[in-house]
Design a protein around this ligand. Structure first.
Ligand code: GDP
Length: 195
């Protein structure tokens, strides 16, 4: 699935702009700066693929990438950015809600959690939205290279406890480091298995 080209398809700002629901898709969500672009770049083996989606103006778009012939990888806008204007946040929340509740072909959401911070309030809110939308989500911990083994275990316990309150949570947590490459092959295999 990740052997072929991965191309930017389009940036979407409204439900009417979504590509036809003729492929399965997986989406990636996470707080701003969680390491989402780095993870998508590591997954696809393309250095700057997700950079386009990180440039100002693109950050509020749902970015579609073609993955093989039959799948889309969907990069959702980063949330929890403190300086974002209220109107922008509300617009994004409305679009996110419509997307999660209305996209039949969405197989799984990957919620990225910074290994150092664990599940924060804003992550928990997204998880609740996923529960209500009946979208199975799986947590991907990022930047695990920044933590010692005991710190990792401690934060993993915090995440497990947070997930136990979310019926839509998939129990397996994926630990990754885009920097070192840990967990990337595992995550690729999980996505390939959803096709
Ligand atoms: P985004 O805002 O979620 O797209 O986050 P980015 O991918 O732009 O990453 C935010 C910052 O975290 C950048 O400075 C990255 O270099 C850094 N970063 C991302 N992934 C990792 C990782 O696996 N390990 C380390 N040490 N730093 C990372």
């Amino acid at each position: 699935l990740f052997a072929g080209p991965v191309d930017f398809v389009k940036g979407v700002v409204a439900m009417s702009g979504l590509p036809p629901a003729d492929r399965i898709e997986v989406c990636f969500a996470g707080r701003s700066n969680v390491g989402k672009s780095s993870l998508i770049n590591a997954l696809t083996g393309r250095k700057n693929l997700a950079r386009a989606s990180n440039t100002p103006g693109r950050t509020q778009e749902i970015n579609y990438f073609g993955l093989g012939e039959r799948s889309y990888l969907v990069d959702l806008p980063g949330y929890g950015y403190a300086e974002a204007p209220v109107a922008t946040v509300q617009k994004w929340q409305a679009l996110l809600k419509q997307y999660l509740q209305g996209r039949q072909t969405l197989r799984r959401a990957f919620v990225l959690i910074d290994s150092r911070h664990g599940v924060m309030k804003v992550d928990d809110e997204i998880m609740t939205l996923l529960d209500r939308s009946a979208v199975t989500f799986q947590v991907v911990m990022t930047k695990m290279d920044k933590l010692s083994r005991p710190e990792r275990e401690k934060n993993l316990d915090q995440v497990r406890a947070a997930l136990s309150k979310h019926p839509a949570a998939y129990p397996e947590i994926v630990m990754t480091s885009s920097e070192k490459g840990d967990g990337i092959a595992t995550l690729r295999a999980i996505i390939a298995g959803l096709e």
